[in-house]
Ligand binder design. Structure first.
Ligand code: SF4
Ligand code: SF4
Length: 94
């Protein structure tokens, strides 16, 4: 794989979104709005702290949180980290 570069040829180290802590996420959607790669999506969490599948009953949902939907699409721009008010995301190398 070639080394990532900016448009001007400068070194660029991507900071990929690796995980989102569902206990800290408040589901505000800020990260979703700034991401141009459809990496994340809002999901329901049940009382056991487990993500609820789309086709399950809404009654189970106690909270909505942002979750990784397509991690492989992330380009590591770091925009989501800059807008998150609870610091609940982890970024790093792929
Ligand atoms: S680092 Fe950039 S591309 Fe990756 S999830 Fe965050 S905003 Fe989207
Ligand atoms: S910006 Fe942070 S708190 Fe808000 S939905 Fe995204 S991960 Fe959750």
């Amino acid at each position: 794989m070639s080394t990532p570069r900016t448009r001007g040829g400068r070194d660029w180290t991507p900071a990929y979104l690796l995980s989102i802590n569902p206990e800290l996420c408040i589901g505000c959607g800020r990260c979703f709005k700034v991401c141009g790669r459809n990496v994340m999506g809002l999901r329901g969490l049940n009382e056991d702290g487990v993500l609820v599948e789309d086709d399950e009953d809404d009654d189970e949902i106690v909270k909505r949180v942002m979750a990784m939907e397509d991690a492989d699409a992330c380009i590591g721009c770091g925009a989501c980290a800059r807008v998150c008010p609870t610091n609940c995301q982890t970024h790093g190398a792929a």
